[in-house]
Design a protein around this ligand. Sequence first.
Ligand SMILES: Nc1ncnc2c1ncn2[C@@H]1O[C@H](COP(=O)(O)OP(=O)(O)OP(=O)(O)O)[C@@H](O)[C@H]1O
Ligand SMILES: [Mg+2]
Length: 282
Amino acid sequence: MSDDNREPILRIRGVTRRFGGLTAIRNVTIDVPHRSIFSVIGPNGAGKTTLFNCITGFYRPNEGEIIFEGRPIHGLRPDQITKGGIARTYQNIHLFGGMTALENILVGMHSRLESGPVNAILRLPDNRAEEDAALARAYELLRFIDLPDVGDMIASNLPYGSQRRLEIARALASSPSLLLLDEPTAGMNLQETDDIMHFIRRLRDERGLTVLLIEHHMELVMNVSEHIAVLDFGQKIAEGTPEEIQNNPRVIEAYLGAPADQLHVGAAQKPAATGETAHGAA
Ligand SMILES: Nc1ncnc2c1ncn2[C@@H]1O[C@H](COP(=O)(O)OP(=O)(O)OP(=O)(O)O)[C@@H](O)[C@H]1O
Ligand SMILES: [Mg+2]
């Protein structure tokens, strides 16, 4: 089937999420096409992570619906949503710091294993075939993230950039069709950021994934995305191609206060906003 004829893999319809008197996202509607790289951008506090938390079941929308591969998922638990094919990484790295890189990936795999995480980790003999397959796949994921030799290393001892990549591998371990990346380059240097950009392309081109990306690094966003939605104070203020977004007056206005040319590819300066200012359920 041609991807062009398919329904969007993810439809966010009129989603609102409030925290007490604060409306973190208001009536947001976004369609994410199959096998696209789709970015959500916006100033700090715009509601980007809250949107991810609604998609992944960490928060229930107060209003609206979220349809994944044709089925409503709002109201499902996070583990049900993971099992259904959506995986994520976090603005602040979530790994089991005391476990090895390999064990972190095996834990990520547990939603797809019949025997569950305990057997997978304890390597109980009644699931030998499944366990061998899981280990082979975990090593394959380590190769895919270009960290083939770190399997036995304790996650918290890995360099920061490698931990971010390991988190992506952990997310991939659940065999998602949709991957949500919340500021994957936060805290990275330019070379690491460039590596992540190529890596995001490979996720789509080689693995057929759809990637929904939150990112403050505008050069990466403009280079890698086919579609961009812009949130500001919880509302979607623009949507379009990178070129359309860079020339949209409302978007430029929303980013004023920082250099206006930060929206343009080739901008020498990294935007001031990074994951280090993260808050809430990041
Ligand atoms: N659990 C929560 N309880 C109360 N307020 C929250 C909660 N989570 C988020 N918020 C608020 O909702 C708004 C949107 O936050 P969110 O983290 O979604 O923004 P963001 O766009 O991801 O920002 P950043 O770029 O800084 O990560 C903020 O005002 C934030 O303080
Ligand atoms: Mg955020």
